[in-house]
Design a protein around this ligand. Structure first.
Ligand code: SAM
Length: 264
């Protein structure tokens, strides 16, 4: 089953498939639960997502990450190919808010506390930050919050159902300020379409950043989408600060913010 090993700068992953002759990894990510997944392309077509078993990893990966314990909000999905069944994931039907790049999760915890009638998903790639958020969320007794330690673009594009998100929060995403690093920014033209697809009609995406150049790029991306219109960030939301935002404000740096609503 595990037929080939493909290498990215610091990762090696097995891939599933027969006669895999040339592979390219789009995403490699770690769900923090001891296994990883990679979406690959290879000549000849076919699906290219696989889970890696023990021993299929090296470099920056941590194959010995502890398994998710029973009460953890850090969620191990049944499939990293199929779209998530949100009703099953939460055990109820409710509007879904998603935060991309939660950091330590102060914003998400407060927001989830304010809206017990909604479901929340936090996506963050750093294990330490996710664990902190998990501990605090459990302590708060949240049953309407799930945490995914995955690459955010992948989750929005491949795992969440289309038109399933009522509010998408993207606050202080890594700005990659140097010109040669800008290709690493999360919010680029292809990501814009992913956001437009995942928002439900009438749903909103809100962004904040301290980086003017990135802010202009965000505005260009979302303004360029036919189905999105600018909206003000509601006061209730604007007053809820993230950790990075508070830190910038302490240093006298004012964040930039914007929002877009998908046509109903
Ligand atoms: C600059 S921090 C901002 C954290 C938080 N939003 C805040 O404002 O305090 C960006 C966070 O996004 C996470 N992150 C960056 N790119 C990501 C990606 N593609 N998928 C998931 N998390 C990502 C980083 O690990 C980091 O915790």
């Amino acid at each position: 089953m595990f037929g080939a090993r493909v290498k990215e700068p610091s990762f090696v992953a097995h891939v599933v498939g027969n006669d895999v002759e040339s592979c390219e990894i789009d995403n490699v990510f770690d769900n923090g639960c001891g296994f990883q997944a990679a979406r690959n392309r290879y000549e000849g077509g076919g699906f290219r997502l696989t889970r890696c078993g023990e021993g299929g990893l090296s470099g920056g990966m941590k194959p010995d990450a502890p398994p998710t314990d029973a009460g953890s909000l850090m969620t191990r999905l049944d499939s990293y190919i199929d779209r998530v069944d949100l009703d099953a994931l939460f055990g109820r039907k409710a509007p879904l808010e998603v935060e991309v790049g939660t950091g330590d999760g102060g914003f998400l915890l407060t927001r989830a506390g304010q809206h017990p009638e909604r479901n929340f998903i936090g996506i963050e790639r750093l294990l330490g930050r996710m664990r902190k958020l998990d501990r605090k969320g459990r302590r708060a007794g949240f049953t309407h919050l799930r945490l995914l330690r995955l690459e955010a673009g992948y989750v929005l594009k491949y795992l969440l159902p289309a038109a399933s998100v009522v509010v998408l929060h993207i606050y202080f995403p890594d700005p990659w300020p140097k010109k040669r690093q800008r290709k690493n920014r999360l919010i680029q033209v292809p990501f814009g379409s992913v956001v437009a697809d995942v928002l439900e009609p009438g749903g909103c995406v809100f962004v904040r950043t301290d980086d003017l150049d990135y802010f202009e790029q965000m505005c260009e991306v979302f303004d360029g989408l036919a189905t999105l219109r600018r909206v003000e960030t509601p006061l209730e939301l604007a007053e809820l600060k993230t950790e990075f935002e508070r830190d910038f404000e302490r240093r006298g740096i004012q964040g930039l913010k914007a929002g877009w609503r998908k046509d109903p």
